[in-house]
Design a protein around this ligand. Structure first.
Ligand code: SF4
Length: 381
């Protein structure tokens, strides 16, 4: 039986510290014992795996107002050496407790040394232990170009958290961080990954939603730009949750519904061909009570209803209740025979209640649109 060691304490502490490095309100970690630092993750190939999420170092030179690991926090501090962390991870990997690693870190006493140690950990895993599984490496601010190059050559995912959509909002929550510097890292990542089209690396970032005072529109416009021009794989949103004993500990938490709406818009941009200009906002924010695709459709009565037996894929996926999979099923079915009625649509698992008001079937309107009261002010905009 293995004794409970200093190393176990380290992993508990640095795994616990990584808990505050959130991806979204909806990502849930294990709840008991060592499982606390194990998180489920969806890999680029669609596989679900458990990943070990851990910090290299929880010592920090910064004082971000929302963060438990901030310099002034009375937290016990520790760090891993690359050899230690790679060995621990490999042990867990071999026992099939985890299948991948998300390695993040606070700055440590010197962010460049900390980042160098993170890269070294990845090198040991890839080169010494021949680990070929999922590896996500978070880049620290002020990383030189050559460090980013090394990170990209080793990892499946690299990320830099922009936290806010501009410098003004960032300084309200993380006064020691410099937005131009973070943006410079995004630009360097794009340049490096663009040089090797065969590179499997995906670039991601995260925003903390709420306390910076940003509008949803700022976030969505920037996310669109990141997807379109900076080849980002994912933009994550994290609804702010106040942590006790931080300066923002009494700041109200952000509704998870706001995060959810931002993810709905994220899907519209990534899978439905929407541009940021098409997203409906009310005074710069998303409507919390109704989904953004439905609001967009209601705002464009000139485009609907469309003939379900003739509409293109691009048109079908703009209809509320029809996603890319549903649109494909409709088109496949039409090759064999026409869609004749609501039952046919239900058989294709289309959300017919939502879709019918926007469809024609051989010139017939299938169901009239009715608007709930909470949509009326929005429609009069
Ligand atoms: S840099 Fe900011 S967010 Fe990161 S660990 Fe330090 S205080 Fe926390």
């Amino acid at each position: 039986m293995r004794n409970f060691t200093i190393m176990d304490n380290k992993i508990l502490l640095l795994g616990e510290s990584a808990r505050f490095d959130r991806v979204s309100s909806f990502s849930k970690r294990g709840e008991k014992g060592m499982g606390k630092w194990v998180y489920p993750a969806l890999l680029p190939d669609g596989k679900r795996v458990n990943i070990m999420k851990v910090l290299m170092d929880n010592r920090c030179e910064n004082n971000c107002l929302y963060c438990m690991n901030r310099k002034d926090s009375p937290l016990p501090r520790t760090y891993f050496r690359p050899e230690e962390l790679s060995r621990i991870f490999l042990e867990l990997y071999r026992k099939r407790i985890v299948q991948g690693i998300f390695l993040s870190s606070a700055t440590g006493p010197d962010p460049l040394i900390t980042l160098k140690n993170m890269i070294k950990t990845c090198q040991i895993l890839r080169e010494k232990y021949r680990f070929t599984g999922y590896l996500h490496l978070k880049i620290l601010p002020f990383a030189p170009f050559s460090y980013i190059e090394e990170a990209i050559s080793l990892a499946d995912r690299v990320s830099i958290n922009l936290e806010s959509p501009n410098g003004h909002c960032l300084s309200a929550i993380a006064p020691d961080k410099n937005w131009s510097n973070l943006w410079g890292i995004i630009k360097a990542m794009k340049e490096i990954s663009g040089r090797k089209p065969s590179s499997r690396v995906g670039i991601t970032t995260q925003f903390i939603v709420g306390p910076g005072g940003e509008k949803d529109k700022d976030l969505v416009y920037l996310a669109y730009n990141l997807y379109r021009h900076y080849k980002l794989k994912r933009v994550y949103y994290s609804a702010f949750t106040p942590l006790p004993s931080t300066p923002l500990g009494k700041y109200p938490s952000t509704s998870p519904l706001r995060e959810y709406r931002l993810y709905q818009v994220d899907a519209l941009i990534r899978y439905y061909g929407f541009s940021s200009e098409e997203i409906p906002f009310e005074e710069g924010n998303l409507n919390l009570s109704t989904d953004p695709k439905l609001l967009w459709a209601l705002r464009h009565p000139e485009l609907f209803p469309v003939e379900v037996n003739k509409a293109s894929f691009a048109t079908l996926i703009r209809i509320p209740g029809i996603g890319p999979a549903g649109a494909q099923k409709i088109i496949k079915r039409r090759i064999k025979e026409k869609i004749r009625n609501e039952e046919d649509l239900k058989g294709l698992r289309i959300q017919s209640k939502r879709a019918l008001p926007f469809l024609l079937l051989d010139g017939r309107v299938l169901r009239k649109k009715t608007y709930s009261k909470n949509l009326l002010p929005f429609l009069r905009d």
